[in-house]
Design a binder for this molecule. Structure first.
Ligand code: HEM
Length: 429
């Protein structure tokens, strides 16, 4: 996902490099607890560290991450979804049958293009549209929970509820028939295969073919909605207009939809999983949220802080900058760690403690679980509704729910924090 770094290596302080070497996102201990593995040392010694392994500045402190996010042009997102520069020609030829590089949408765009795209997208992705989805979300969550079999204990909550719910909701939102959603999602995942250096060319060609088929499916769907409008996001994107701006092109709409699947599926699943885990680790909380919606909301915010599903996103410096006293040269890659900023002890005292009171009383310190600045998550309200409906349905059906494994594991990842599985026993229904 990160385009080629144009920058060759800086004079960085030794301490910064030493702390940066602790950033080992694919090691099991890091996946288990990135705060213990890296964030704590970085907050103590180098809120802007440097990783030789990733040739990137690791921006960790809350003030420092916010500074980077406040400057979306100086720290650009434009290349965030670019294809790797060294793809074999056969793979490029296959991709060129569709849209070769994804056109800028939201996530992979900088102002002023981002400002236009976000204004147009917001015309379709309205509060009213999201609110109208709430009954659908509640029904879908209840149906998934009803389908869990207490005789089949233990149940993997990720597969039974956390993944299927956001998939169904994105399909309903966009206007994709539910039966097509799992296959489309699988085709979309094929794109990530193009970034795997070890994968052979034949497999990459196949991945490109399936991804292009998915783009064609979306292009056909857009043309169908042009002829026969429906009450869905595709129809709304087709009609979205902002004074003085060109409407979205078909390629831009496809890019928006692909990014929605990418941004709003595993993230929601991760938050459902991590939140249920935190609640079950404190059974009194699990009991109390049954009748206390505000408490559930506070627990959700605390989970977004402590287990941010998106731990980090990369940026590219387009001009020299000084962040946390460290000089970042033009062309360098900077990783903005939302997850680490959320563990900054200067902003969140005793950051490893799961404390719902941080969000129910007093002046609210801002967690960066949904990002910050112009790229702040546009789906935050939708995510909060989905997660609330999922947990409420689960709590209502299975008040005796308990963890079946001591501590479910988290998947090693450069960007995300996602439970791999969440085995639970349902208890008496
Ligand atoms: C718990 C669930 C979610 C989390 C933790 C999350 C987190 C984030 C974060 C951290 C960003 C900022 C990325 C950056 O600055 O580079 C972001 C952006 C975005 N999110 Fe979410 N997200 C969630 C759910 C969703 C949902 C449900 C949708 C839509 C269906 C969505 C759509 C987007 C989009 C389109 C952007 C890019 C916005 C822009 O660049 O203007 N997200 N999200």
């Amino acid at each position: 996902m990160i385009a080629e770094n144009t920058f060759q290596g800086p004079p960085v302080a030794e301490g910064s490099r030493r702390v940066g070497a602790l950033f080992e996102p694919f090691s099991p201990s890091y996946a288990d607890n990135p705060a213990l593995a890296f964030y704590q040392a970085a907050h103590r010694e180098a809120p802007v560290a440097y990783s030789e392994a990733f040739s990137a500045y690791l921006v960790v402190g809350h003030a420092e991450v916010t500074q980077v996010l406040r400057e979306p042009v100086g720290f650009s997102s434009a290349h965030i979804l670019d294809l790797p520069p060294d793809l074999p020609p056969e793979v490029i030829a296959e991709l060129q049958r569709g849209i070769y590089q994804m056109p800028p949408a939201l996530f992979n765009n900088d102002p002023p293009g981002h400002t236009r795209a976000r204004a147009l997208f917001s015309k379709a992705f309205t509060t009213a549209r999201l609110a109208s989805l709430e009954p659908t979300i509640a029904l879908a969550a209840e149906a998934l929970v009803r389908a869990m079999d207490p005789g089949g204990d233990p149940v993997d909550l990720m597969q039974a509820l956390a993944f299927p719910l956001p998939l169904q909701i994105i399909a309903a939102l966009v206007g994709i028939p539910l039966e097509d959603a799992p296959l489309l999602r699988a085709c979309q995942d094929e794109r990530f295969k193009l970034y795997e250096p070890a994968l052979d060319t034949a497999r990459k060609v196949e991945a490109a073919r399936r991804f292009v088929a998915y783009e064609r499916y979306l292009a056909n769907l857009i043309e169908r909605r042009r002829a026969e409008p429906a009450d869905d996001l595709i129809t709304a994107l087709i009609g979205a207009r902002v004074d003085g701006e060109a409407p979205l092109s078909v390629e831009e709409m496809i890019s928006h939809i692909i990014i929605l699947f990418f941004a709003g599926y595993e993230t929601v699943a991760s938050l459902i999983g991590s939140l249920v885990l935190r609640l079950l680790e404190a059974p009194a909380l699990w009991d109390a949220i049954g009748s206390d919606a505000a408490l559930l909301q506070a627990a959700m915010e605390e989970t977004l802080r402590i287990d941010a599903p998106v731990q980090m996103e990369p940026r590219r410096a387009t001009a020299p900058a000084v962040v946390g006293g460290v000089e970042i040269p033009s062309g360098a890659t900077a990783f903005a760690f939302f997850g680490a900023a959320n563990h900054d002890p200067a902003v969140f005292p005793d950051p490893q403690r799961f404390d719902v009171n941080r969000h129910v009383a007093g002046p609210r310190a801002r967690h960066l679980g949904f990002g910050w600045g112009v790229h702040t998550c546009i789906g935050a309200a939708l995510a909060r509704i989905e997660v609330r409906c999922a947990v409420q349905a689960l709590r209502a059906a299975f008040p005796g729910l308990r963890l079946a494994a001591a501590r479910p594991s988290y998947a090693p990842s450069l960007f995300f924090r996602k439970p791999t599985a969440m085995p639970v026993t349902l208890g008496a229904a």
